[in-house]
Write a protein that binds this ligand. Sequence first.
Ligand code: FPP
Length: 236
Amino acid sequence: MEDNYKIPRHVAIIMDGNGRWAKKRLLPRKAGHIQGARTVEQICEDAYNLGIEYLTVYAFSTENWNRPDDEVEALMNLLRKYMLDAIERCSKNNMRVRVIGDKSRLAPDIQDSIAELEVKSSVNTGLKFNIAINYGGRDEIVRAARAFAMDVKEGRVEPEALTEDMFHNYMDTHGMPYPDLMIRTSGECRTSNYLPWQLCYSEFYFTDVLWPDFNKKELQKALDYYNKRDRRFGGV
Ligand code: FPP
């Protein structure tokens, strides 16, 4: 790696293409999600080894509830299993896990596991891994606006005091730097309600590779692309 090679501090990923990966192999869509979950674990390790500090993945959107019941159930079971395994593993892999999104609609046992995992892993100093579950960017902004309005109503803050930084404190990603790079797999070129506030100045990398096939080599390609960009943040 060259001396001036830049590693993005925060990478956000839309893990798309699990269904197509399964279809190509004549497998049920669920099999694509299972393989996708394995890819998540490997990419966390690779990202950390490459020096990435924050990784945020889109596991389940507010719109994903509209999928067939059996697929929603399969995804929830995968996430349930992931949380339980991660509670065991997080001391070993030193990862700090946080879930963003509206957790209140998740099954109570999943909410409990998430709370336990977040507390237990909060002392860890390795990769800061965020999982977006029942996440929608517009929903996040509305929830933040509601929380701010509540603070105004209760007299804790004046409306005029609101700044962009202060508003971010009301959002699920409070305390995190904004993503430098957003990766979407499987050829779709849109952001699908993912981190609209946070991605304003991020570089976007789109690849045709399906999520279950995404690996360290593909992540490295995304970083190479990022290194060719000239980020000006509205300056010259
Ligand atoms: C999009 O592919 C993928 C999802 C909606 C689910 C992503 C979830 C995982 C990778 C597994 C669980 C995650 C963790 C953190 C353990 P798609 O099904 O829309 O693919 P398609 O467009 O080919 O149908």
